[in-house]
Design a binder for this molecule. Structure first.
Ligand code: ADP
Ligand code: MG
Length: 722
């Protein structure tokens, strides 16, 4: 029956609000739980502070003596805030965060408790990481991974119900030094980008060039569902999305959620959640409702990519924990509800330094404009050459539901530049721009460059990769994903393109061209070869889907099964080896881990579909049929003829559903695949199709079977009752 649904609605109707304190002023709580440079300065000697500051700001190696004093100061600070444990947090190749907890307290030989946390424990932890996916990297070696502190990302106190824990952001590697995580490649990709960017800027005549870093600001979409409903939905609990569910008569068609006020209960949750972010030094900037009912967004201010990536992981953890505290389940899944907009993560990305500023900002002078055009052109080249790799970087079983679904960017990688910039590049390609002497200063002879608007309002929401005035926005990233993978690909393809630009530019300059002429020549070549990736039209349209493939030679890569094999392409191996970001072994291990994640995700869902169809939906349908049958018999006794069309439909749909379940079960028994690629294709095509078939019949049943007998919370309830 529907007792669990009624019970859930009753609980929600009568719930007491979770009390929260009055909001504290930001100045009082900002970064109070972070051991940042300001705190180090307070408690370290001048020399020790200078040394650690250099490490933090430039990534210079940390000397053991400094590590010792920093460890002591960090421990003191953490224990002062009530921490009894410390943990190295690291980011394995799955999208999760992982931690190994240790106590500060150990007992000495006399059995007394002492606190022990020395420099070497800070710098290097030794978790038994054997249960973390590693591809085949560690199979033949010791099954141990090591964590090492990343001092460029500050340590912090994580407050949970179990108390406070000093948490130390770390890298995770094998004993042979291979990257087993998502942080090491990100740090390496930054270094590769910096190296190539330095070359280009030097050729552009810059005398002082500070180290370049990439920046990231990630907008995070999510759904909130009341925990009472979620607990009655095994699919939401185990798979993070509804595997069944008929559409609600009211969905998102009125846009009333997007423009409406944030529900009070959600406002209270947001205040609490954001206060925790502030304490952790995460610059939460905006929050608002999203398109779908029950959907929201949080966008922190951008930061250095490495810190932003750690903060993004932390934000997801705090988001889920806070939601729980306020009686919600937070869904980060890309498509929790069929027929309702899904969630993504927009990764805003730029590169810059202290001397030249943001290189993706057009700037105010012709010279700044030239730097900008080179960097921007380099990005275009990267997207064109490595579109399939960008697609692979966002490939997950869950994101496949969203990409190309006419609410999210298509699975074709193209770049949107805005009308003005697109025209500028096309003019360069056509040779319509020439260098003239104006006012004694070289400029491009066209005021259009000087007048370049920083923030064109004509944003194209249908592009997966858009220039938005001073940064690129990668919009096809999945909401549950770590931002590291996409950032690694963007930095690495930019590094590779800047190397190419540097080579070309050097040759042009060597042949006697002046700087502006040389830049235009390089860009002309670049757009000739790679301009096909530039697209300003409607990315959702079927015209584009055809033209992109037939006329532009771009790839439409609909599923993860189609996307991941890109990691095995020679060009991708070459890209990662030449930039030093991933060795062939490290790259192959990523293919293996991501493929395995895909297989596991689909198998889990498929098994759950079978189980729920058999044990929840079939019994509901049968109960209804016996009610109808009983009524029919009683009616017949009274010589009343009862229309039997509903009974016939329910019986037919039930049989059809069970037939599809049998096919799905049989498909899940299949294990003899020639390769991982073949296995993934089978899941993407056959298994996913059978899951959909089961669902179709089940959802028809939901609309036919008596509401009193339907056990699963319905879409209209989960989306609208708060
Ligand atoms: P939208 O209009 O796409 O919703 P928002 O302004 O809300 O954009 O957020 C965009 C995100 O981009 C924020 O996280 C913001 O800090 C970030 N951002 C802004 N400038 C840059 C930049 N130069 N580099 C990287 N990220 C940036
Ligand atoms: Mg955005």
């Amino acid at each position: 029956g529907n007792e669990s649904r009624l019970q859930a609605i009753h609980q929600i109707t009568n719930r007491q609000a979770t009390p929260v304190d009055q909001p504290e002023p930001l100045s009082k709580i900002w970064a109070t739980d972070v051991f940042n440079l300001a705190k180090m300065e307070e408690c370290l000697s001048k020399n020790a502070f200078k040394s650690i500051k250099k490490t933090v700001q430039t990534g210079a190696p940390l000397d053991p003596a400094t590590a010792e004093v920093v460890a002591a100061a960090m421990k003191e600070w953490a224990m002062g805030k009530g921490a009894k444990f410390f943990s190295h947090i690291f980011y394995p190749m799955t999208n999760a965060s992982a931690e190994k907890h240790d106590g500060f307290i150990v007992t000495n030989s006399e059995g007394n408790a002492i606190t022990e946390f020395c420099g070497s424990l800070l710098i290097k932890g030794e978790p038994d990481g054997s249960s973390f996916p590693n591809g085949s990297i560690r199979m033949t070696n010791a099954a141990r991974g090591y964590t090492a502190w990343d001092p460029t990302s500050p340590a912090y106190i994580m407050q949970t119900e179990n108390g406070a824990t000093l948490t130390i952001p770390s890298v995770f590697m094998s004993w042979t030094g291979e990257a087993l995580d998502k942080k090491i490649p990100l740090l390496r990709s930054n270094a590769a980008m910096n190296k190539a960017a330095q070359k280009v800027l030097k050729l552009m005549g810059e005398s002082e060039i500070a180290p370049l870093n990439s920046s990231c600001g990630a907008e995070q979409e999510y759904f909130l569902v009341d925990a009472n409903f979620a607990n009655a939905r095994p699919d939401l609990l185990l798979a993070g999305r509804t595997l069944f569910g008929a559409p609600s008569a009211k969905g998102q068609q009125f846009d009333d959620h997007y423009f409406g006020a944030i529900p009070q209960r959600v406002q209270i949750f947001m205040q609490d959640f954001e206060e925790q972010l502030y304490r952790l030094g995460i610059p939460a900037k905006t929050h608002h409702n999203e398109v779908a009912p029950g959907q929201f967004e949080i966008a922190p201010y951008f930061e250095a990519a490495n810190v932003a990536a750690d903060h993004q992981q932390l934000l997801m953890t705090v988001l889920k924990n806070s939601a729980k505290k306020h009686g919600f389940l937070c869904l980060l899944h890309e498509k929790p509800f069929a027929g309702i907009n899904g969630s993504g993560k927009h990764v805003n990305w730029s590169v810059g330094n202290a001397t030249q500023g943001n290189l993706l900002d057009p700037g105010d002078t012709p010279h700044d404009n030239l730097n900008f055009l080179l960097f921007c052109g380099a990005v275009v080249r990267g997207v064109h050459l490595h579109g399939p790799l960008l697609r692979a970087a966002i490939a997950t079983a869950s994101n496949d539901h969203r990409l190309g679904a006419n609410e999210a960017p298509p699975a074709i990688m193209s770049v949107y530049l805005g009308d003005q910039l697109e025209k500028l590049f096309m003019d360069i390609k056509e040779g319509n721009l020439s260098v003239t002497e104006a006012g004694g200063e070289m400029d491009l002879g066209l005021s259009q460059i000087l007048n370049f608007k920083r923030d064109p309002g004509d944003r194209n929401r249908t592009s997966p990769f858009a220039f938005t005035g001073n940064r690129f926005e990668f919009r096809a990233v999945g909401s549950a994903q770590s931002v590291s993978g996409p950032l690694v690909v963007m930095n690495t393809m930019l590094a590779d393109s800047l190397e190419w630009v540097a080579g070309k530019l050097e040759a042009e300059l060597a042949s006697g061209s002046d700087q502006a002429t040389a830049v235009l020549a390089v860009l002309k070549d670049l757009i000739n070869e790679h301009g096909n990736a530039v697209f300003g039209g409607d990315g959702y349209s079927s015209d584009w889907h055809n033209a992109a493939v037939d006329e532009r030679g771009l790839k439409n890569i609909p599923t993860t099964a189609d996307a991941l094999p890109a990691l095995r392409e020679a060009s991708v191996k070459q890209l990662f080896s030449s930039t030093g970001v991933l060795s062939p072994v490290e790259l192959e291990s990523r293919f293996e881990v991501y493929s395995e994640q895909y297989v596991l995700a689909i198998e889990l869902e498929a098994n759950l579909v079978v189980e729920m169809a058999k044990s929840i939906i079939y019994p509901a349908a049968i109960s209804y049929l016996s009610e109808l049958a009983a009524a029919n018999v009683s009616m017949a006794e009274m010589s009343i003829d009862l229309d039997s069309s509903i009974a016939k439909t329910v019986a037919a749909e039930t049989n059809a559903m069970m037939a599809a379940v049998a096919k799905l079960s049989a498909a899940l028994e299949q294990h003899d695949f020639a390769s991982t690629e073949e296995h993934m294709q089978f899941l993407a095509k056959d298994v996913r199709a059978l899951m959909d078939e089961v669902r179709e019949h089940a959802d028809t049943l939901e609309a036919e079977v008596s509401d009193e007998l339907w056990p699963l919370p319905k879409y209209r309830e989960m989306l609208f009752i708060k």
